[in-house]
Design a protein around this ligand. Structure first.
Ligand code: SAJ
Length: 419
């Protein structure tokens, strides 16, 4: 299948790495994005996504002539849809997938293969993508092939996981699944499993829903631990010694463009069948409230407190702030009349000013660690303590060496450990 021409629609966190990997594994790739800035950035030799190893691979693709960026699709052997599927409220929005399918159908030819990689509500490929493509007069599974193949890469190690992870491919028929396998086996080192399109769509959202429910369980365990006077982190560590137990970790809430979103793709299809998924979403969203309640308890004697926020990215060591729980923490703190100052060494733009450690800690009544960035473990508590009005810190990720902060004179609070 290599030497084929592939058109990748959507040059975001998944589309661009996929285009780059295909271009350095024998395919001629045209990357397409409706955002002119993205196309211009790439054609100027720049890369708009901060992901280890991505820039090198994109530039190798461009330098070899096997990767180009365009704002319109063109005729190809294979089309890959890798566009966003955000939520509108609690409803999945598949309009980006629809417009990608419409733009493909103009160029669709006999023998083509179309692969939808975008996280999709189950049945989207069969009931939304397929009819749009068949408006070309070609029939899916016969004149052209149509499959669904989700990614399962962890932001921060996308380039590695895109090749190493197993892939699930779901075809509208067996031949479509087989045709898609011929593409992925050119670069996937993991195992490739074939099924139908709807099962593959369901598997993807199940995986992230599994994680959301288990994060909610960890958050609930943290609340109970505080009631019991038990250290939740120690209890989870010990429970996970059981060969078949794997508790996740409490935190200030669930961010990112997937985990807080994907459960709604299942809830939306079967609201009455999903009380656990809905309750898990509520539990995880309530965590930001818990942060504010704990901070209020730590600064209750202070008039107009200043709060230092450490980290606004949705998780450690990434720059992405999509759906970050930090935003609701900040809005709630400001709503309570607190002054806030924000530090995040990874994030470039954010609705709040991003300052350096000294500016953030100076005159602060309490620091709150929301994101487990590695850099925060290097903060010197005694230096920061001298700048602060009161030496207090709430570590919602159990990241810091709390003994060294305590010996520097700090009152340290942690999620899952009573005060
Ligand atoms: N979080 C916790 N406690 C934990 C783990 C995570 O509070 O124990 C929080 C994180 O801080 C973050 C959010 O949950 O705010 C999501 O983080 P994550 O690491 O679970 O997920 P993502 O969004 O970076 O990546 C997930 C992965 N899915 C699974 O692990 C099942 C990845 O494999 C998917 O490809 C990705 O979603 C996606 O794009 O779908």
């Amino acid at each position: 299948m290599s030497q084929s021409k592939v058109c990748v629609l959507g040059l975001g966190y998944i589309g661009l790495p996929t285009a780059a990997i295909l271009a350095t594994n024998g395919f001629q790739v045209v990357g397409v994005d409706t955002n002119e800035d993205v196309v211009d950035t790439l054609n100027n030799g720049e890369v708009h996504i901060d992901e280890p190893g991505l820039r090198t691979m994109v530039q190798a693709g461009f330098n070899s002539g096997n990767l180009q960026a365009r704002s319109e699709p063109e005729e190809a052997d294979v089309f890959v849809i890798a566009v966003p599927t955000p939520l509108q409220g609690e409803e999945p929005d598949v309009s980006y997938i629809e417009s990608a399918a419409v733009s493909i159908s103009k160029y669709l030819k006999e023998g083509n293969l179309v692969i939808n990689e975008s996280t999709s509500p189950p049945k989207t490929t069969e009931e939304t993508v397929r009819p749009i493509l068949e408006e070309s007069g070609l029939s899916a599974g016969k004149d052209f092939y149509l499959s669904y193949c989700p990614e399962r890469v962890l932001p921060g190690s996308i380039m590695k996981e895109l090749t190493e992870n197993d892939r699930i491919i779901g075809g509208v028929n067996d031949e479509s699944a087989q045709k898609a396998r011929e593409v992925y086996e050119e670069f996937v080192e993991g195992d490739i499993y074939l099924t139908d399109a709807t099962t593959a769509e369901f598997v993807k959202v199940m995986e992230n829903t599994y994680r959301d429910v288990n994060i909610a369980l960890a958050n609930e365990i943290a609340g109970v631990s505080e009631e019991l006077g038990v250290d939740a982190w120690e209890a989870i560590e010990l429970a996970n010694r059981h060969p078949r137990v794997d508790f996740l970790r409490p935190g200030p809430g669930v961010g990112g463009h997937c985990i807080p979103i994907d459960p709604w793709f299942i809830i939306d299809q079967a609201r009455e069948e999903t009380p656990l998924l809905q309750m898990s979403r509520d539990i995880n969203d309530f965590q930001s409230e818990r942060v504010v309640e704990m901070v209020e308890g730590m600064v209750e004697a202070v008039k107009e407190p200043k709060i230092t926020i450490l980290g606004v990215a949705y998780k450690g060591n990434v720059e992405d702030t999509r759906e970050t729980p930090a935003l609701s923490v900040l809005e709630k703190l400001e709503g309570s009349g607190y002054e806030v100052s924000v530090v995040d060494p990874h994030v470039k733009d954010f609705p709040y000013d991003l300052v350096n450690h000294e500016q953030a800690f100076r005159g602060s009544d309490c620091a709150v660690l929301l994101t487990d960035h590695e850099e925060f473990t290097e903060i010197q508590p005694d230096e920061m303590g001298e700048l602060m009005h009161a030496e207090k810190i709430l570590d919602t990720r159990n990241l810091l060496d709390h003994e060294s902060w305590e010996s520097a004179g700090f009152e340290v609070r942690r999620f899952g450990v009573s005060g």
